[in-house]
Design a protein around this ligand. Structure first.
Ligand SMILES: Cc1cc2nc3c(=O)[nH]c(=O)nc-3n(C[C@H](O)[C@H](O)[C@H](O)COP(=O)(O)O)c2cc1C
Length: 213
């Protein structure tokens, strides 16, 4: 199929609760993974840690960590979006090498970033976690839109216990934070758009007391 264009994809995407058990072809799944990690991230840190869960026992365990929600059991794949709050302590050399090799960042920019990134991140303190979760959540949004555009369905999921999800993916002893779970597969339902509040409710001009419309 031809991929859907972005506006149509955004308008058409729904959170699906039921999936067929049909497998996602390996090349299509790989394309989804590549599109997911094309997401932007703060300083290009790419501090998400994405676990692609296909194993049936693992999906069952994830579902149990998510209050028994069946999307995870039904869909052939669930992406677990974890976030590493301190990736900036370990990954900068690799990030700089790739950006330098592609010609995107020259030596003077890299020299600046070598100081600027740790300085900025150190000041964040506890918010390192929050910042890493932002990056992982943006990547998850890329996945949802890429999947929709390529004929698949998704469901963003926040309804799970973090410690249990960490256990299932083998991250119980790590600093990883869990951002979002996203089952992906072929839809077995046709959810309706539950609608959005009027723009006057939550979109503003210049200041939050001045409704956009
Ligand atoms: C961060 C987030 C967490 C969500 N968690 C769940 C969840 O655990 N289970 C579920 O069935 N739906 C979950 N949803 C789906 C929402 O209920 C759904 O996106 C919302 O009702 C709007 O519907 P739409 O996505 O079809 O536009 C979640 C959505 C978001 C964005």
């Amino acid at each position: 199929m031809n991929p859907l264009d972005v506006p149509t994809t955004i308008a058409q995407r729904r959170a699906h609760k039921q999936f067929k058990s049909d497998e996602i072809p390996a090349d299509l799944l790989h394309r989804l993974v590549e599109l997911t990690v094309s997401a932007p991230s703060s300083w290009n840190l790419q501090d998400w840690r994405i676990v692609v869960v296909q194993d049936e026992t693992q999906r069952q365990a994830l579902s149990e960590a998510a209050w028994g929600q069946q999307q995870i059991v039904q869909a052939p794949v669930t992406f677990v979006f974890a976030a590493h709050p301190y990736a900036w302590k370990t990954d900068l050399d690799d990030i700089f090498a790739i950006a330098n090799q592609s010609g995107a960042w020259d030596k003077s920019r890299i020299d600046y970033l070598k100081n600027a990134i740790p300085q900025f991140q150190e000041k964040l303190g506890d918010k390192n976690r929050e910042y890493a979760i932002k990056d992982a959540t943006i990547a998850a949004t890329h996945l949802m839109l890429a999947a929709e555009s390529l004929g698949l369905a998704t469901c963003p999921m926040n309804g799970w216990l973090e410690e249990k999800v960490k256990e299932v993916i083998g991250a119980e002893d790590s600093e990883l934070a869990i951002a979002l779970l996203v089952p992906v597969g072929y839809p077995a339902d046709s959810p309706q758009n539950p609608g959005r509040l009027p723009l006057s409710h939550n979109v503003f001009r210049d200041r939050v007391n001045n409704p956009y419309e």
